[in-house]
Design a protein around this ligand. Structure first.
Ligand SMILES: Cc1cc2nc3c(=O)[nH]c(=O)nc-3n(C[C@H](O)[C@H](O)[C@H](O)COP(=O)(O)OP(=O)(O)OC[C@H]3O[C@@H](n4cnc5c(N)ncnc54)[C@H](O)[C@@H]3O)c2cc1C
Length: 328
């Protein structure tokens, strides 16, 4: 059992095991990263709580080779592929805390185990925050969705609505017009469309309804109607909503990886082009830091991050030239 001492916390750190890389999260980004690390023969632990953000969707839309495949199948296949690499271990569980200790990181698992890592790949995904409307939850990821590229094909030619206000409203409604002719823009009480906005919406034959919404009505996972405060109902088959992203925990912060304001998240992990965070030896990939969330993007990012991690380990071991941290 290795014993790490000192570090900024100034106390001894007992750990049960040391890994060359701990991948936190086993979604598209984490599994992809672990696969590359396994093939690079790096001692890698994946700790995964198993709550991939698209797990409730019927299929993964737009992933080459796996289009419309149920997400659970995709992740199961990913985990099976990892089993071929003896240096990789996958564990179902959660990293509940962590801190830098000297040139390592100590991570605490939800079963109380403490582990040490030379590198950490944060592939924790993000929490999607759709509006809190009664009735939305069972429909989320099925007929209420945040991304037309993910769900638009399944919703083609149906009766759709976009719920959005402000600058995003017109854009959201017009995006949906790529998939169907029947789009209503719901603003839930917000007003203030400019003459230009209205002209564009008229051109696309998008109807605007600014009544307050009180509920979504559904049958199982199918949206049937949007219910307004005046009791009236608008029958719809699908609803596009805004769903800002938020970190799922404070882990990045605990490890010293700075978060920044991004277009989708107020606390996206700051990352450079090589997937390095503001803390040397902590890397991130996938929804944690992207401006365009997608399974394909997360797989690509996880893979690229793992290649950089491997190079950074080799740099430590054999003094291999390695790009300096941005800002150095
Ligand atoms: C409803 C919905 C439907 C979508 N549909 C599509 C689609 O059809 N096509 C498409 O391309 N994209 C789709 N997306 C986007 C896509 O799902 C994400 O971009 C992608 O899953 C991001 O992968 P990731 O690995 O970064 O995060 P995730 O898939 O969210 O995986 C992160 C994993 O890390 C785990 N984790 C988090 N914190 C910890 C911790 N502290 N310890 C251990 N484990 C932890 C989580 O439990 C989870 O298993 C959809 C998104 C949503 C919300």
């Amino acid at each position: 059992m290795p014993r790490l001492t000192g570090g900024h916390i100034g106390k001894a750190c007992d750990v049960n095991q040391e890994w060359e890389c701990v991948v936190v999260g086993g979604g598209a980004a984490g599994l992809s990263g672990a696969l590359v690390l396994g093939r690079a023969r790096r001692r890698t632990l994946v700790v995964d709580a198993g709550e991939q953000s698209n797990r409730m969707a019927g299929g993964v839309g737009g992933l080459l080779g796996h289009d419309q495949r149920p997400p659970a199948d995709l992740y199961e296949t990913g985990r099976r592929e990892l089993a071929a690499y003896p240096s990789v271990e996958y564990r179902r569980g959660q990293v509940v805390g962590g801190e830098p200790v000297d040139d390592r990181f100590r991570l605490e698992l939800d079963d109380g185990e403490q582990i040490a890592a030379r590198r950490v790949l944060l592939a924790t995904g993000m929490r999607y925050c759709p509006p809190e409307i009664p009735g939305l939850e069972p429909l989320w990821g099925r007929t209420v969705f945040q991304c037309p590229f993910c769900h638009g094909w399944e919703m083609r030619d149906k009766r759709l609505a976009a719920l959005a206000a402000g600058d995003e409203a017109v854009h959201a409604a017009l995006m949906l017009r790529g998939w169907t002719d029947d789009v209503v823009l719901l603003t839930d009480g917000a007003t203030g469309l400019t003459a230009d906005d209205q002209r564009r919406l008229d051109m696309a034959k998008v109807v605007v309804d600014d009544r307050r919404i009180v509920e979504l009505s559904g049958d199982d996972d199918r949206l049937t109607a949007v219910v307004f405060a005046d009791g009236d109902r608008l029958e719809r088959d699908g609803l596009l909503v805004e769903a800002p992203l938020r970190q799922r925990s404070r882990l990045a912060e605990q490890l010293g990886a700075a978060c920044v304001q991004g277009p989708l998240a107020s606390d996206a992990i700051g990352v450079d082009a090589l997937h390095r965070t503001s803390t040397q030896a902590v890397f991130t990939a996938g929804d944690t830091c992207t401006e365009q969330p997608s399974v394909a993007g997360a797989i690509a990012a996880g893979s690229a991050a793992a290649m950089i991690i491997t190079q950074s380990l080799l740099a430590d071991e054999f003094d291999l030239p390695y790009p300096p941290q941005s800002g150095d």
